[in-house]
Design a binder for this molecule. Sequence first.
Ligand SMILES: [Zn+2]
Length: 772
Amino acid sequence: MKYLSFIFICTCTLTFAQRDIYKDPFRQLDQQLPTPNDYRNASGAPGHKYWQQQADYNIQLELNDDKQTISGQEVITYKNNSPDVLPFIWLQLDQNMRAQNSQTYEIGSQKLDDKMSEAQVSGMEHPFDGGFKLEYVKDNVTGADLKKTINYTMMRVDLPKPLNPGQSYSFKIKWWYNINDRMKIGGRSGYEYMEEDKNYIYTIAQFYPRMCVYNDIEGWQNKQFLGQGEFTVGFGNFDVAITVPSDHLVAATGEIQNTTEVLTKEQIALLAKAKNERVQPVIIASQKEAEARELKHATTKKTWKFKAINVRDFAFASSRKFIWDAMGVPQSDGRVVMAQSMYPKEGNPLWEKYSTKAVAHTLKWYSYYTFDYPYPSAWSINTDKIGMEYPMICFNGGRCEKDGTYSRQTKYATIGVIIHEVGHNYFPMIVNNDERQWTWMDEGLNTFLQYLAEVQWEPNYPTRRGPANLIVPYMKLDEKFLEPIMTNSESIQQLGSNSYAKVATGLNILRETVMGRELFDMAFKEYSRRWAFKQPYPADFFRTMEEASGVDLDWFWNGWFYSTDYNDISMSEVKWMKVDPKDPTKVAEMKKEQAATAPQNISKTRNMESIDKYYSDMDTTIRDFYSTYDANEPDAIDQEAYKKSVSSMSEDEKKLMATGDNFYEVTFERKGGLIMPVIVQLQYADGTKEDFRYPAEVWKKLPENKITKVFRSPTEVTKFILDPYLETADINTEDNQYPRVKEEPSRFEVFKQQQGPRENEMQRAKRAKAKS
Ligand SMILES: [Zn+2]
């Protein structure tokens, strides 16, 4: 009875334990990914019935430099390429994020501190009268008002009759809004006021009511714009006329259509010269000219006309403070793209030195990893503090000190932000992911390419994101500060570490450690090309990377993208063995050798000393009689037995038995939830090194998370190092060495002991009062 019940309990516990702890990290993603269909196929490519909508814009705009307002009217022509009949359409009113009733304000938490500035207090009441002031929404042909319903940053427009597949519909909207002071209330766009010369720098975006995306994944993507999740937009053609003070220079998405009206003959000639320049940007408008313009404040106006083909958005910059330079960047298809910059004198000399060169560098290296840059121009516009991207144009921080000096940090931060924002032309401006839902798809991929471009700029570039070891502090954070990369944009706590850095690092690990550069680059290029000018979703990326490389990466997507697990592999044990030679003479030698260096029992040592002393006075014949016994010395019977066993052995067996090689059995333990390849370096006594790399699949079928590997070597191993090139983001490297040695001491700081008793709060307050 007892025996049986013991068995019963035992079996039960075992089964239960296994079922509870073992979740296959190599399980396929099928249950998580959407079922492939005719629009997005199982290989991750656009399906044979892939479709997307098109919206074309014809916009007349005026920038009022006295009141800091934008007013505009537009005709939107919307083409329904979907198989569905649309009775109503949705538009995005991004500016409404700054309307006084904005949900962005409502969902934000507020705080009182002991010390508060006037701006902080008044900021809580949101006095800025932002948001679109819509004058009308009308049918473009009949002029009849259309029924519109505004839901914060979204507007539903009911069509006079349902829009059938293949049909187009044109309607017009008139609006105006107050431009936000970007330096005071923030924003991706807005104005910056320069007190010194009383001028404004306008960097303007999200300035027009624009179509929401209607697609096969979301239907209408009309998720509110709350601030963090960026923009989901489709492609279209833009004709935009922008009226500004006549002494402003304007940079925008697209190409200028009326150069002779807005540029001087000299500027046109210089632009032609710049197009042939490959090394040093050509100054189109100099700092001297800009400084002269700053003083005058023209009262007349000029209209700049731009055309942009197949872009997902439109943005522009306008100021009388701008300096302008440009150079040409050839593409593999023979076209020459203009890399251009506009910046105020406050950016110089940093900007004339690096901005346009950084633009050209970005186009060169991003195209190398993806596709030719398809647009005619790429702008970098200087703005204080932010970095923000739009098609063909981006706004980048980087200002010099008053005396024209700048720190090394400012220099590299400027080049870094320019590479990043210009890089966004590829993701998401061309590979047009749904940013409102998935920040990582553009920020992560772009940050990854930014890293590759930075190290091409300078091998020792002080890069912040990309290499595996740089993500460790984030991976180490407490669970409550983390969420999987596959989390909606609005819900991510540390967007920079999660959607930018962790994704860039993950791709870098795939490239360097899991897939290798050749397979990774091939697959990444395939994804970029498949989805250029289309709208990919995560499954399309995951599937393409596997499909194009032939590597099963489901375990990687599971761990790195769908979980908050970290990698921590430890080298927990090293067993060292040699083949027993059995030859009694050799065995005796080995034993003697070992005995010579082995620790001795204290009594034995003391006995030897006292006996030595005793023997020293003794007759040598008696001493030899007592001292010749050696337990390790083989005798005749040992020798005989050895000869007998060898005579029955094969040559290979004899060879193996005679080897003096060292055998090491190393135990690796997976302490974190993440799966990673195992990379181990052996350092030998002769000073040489050898690396061994095992794919992640070593962890298959191993619920106990332990593996052992055996290494054989004629030379003794002095050190084993796990992850010797810091490529797996292992969060604890202290157990990555054997034998365990701490190579770097921690440091403690010496500080000067305070004399006398410490000042208490009350005394400090009194002293502060006396001073004021
Ligand atoms: Zn970005």
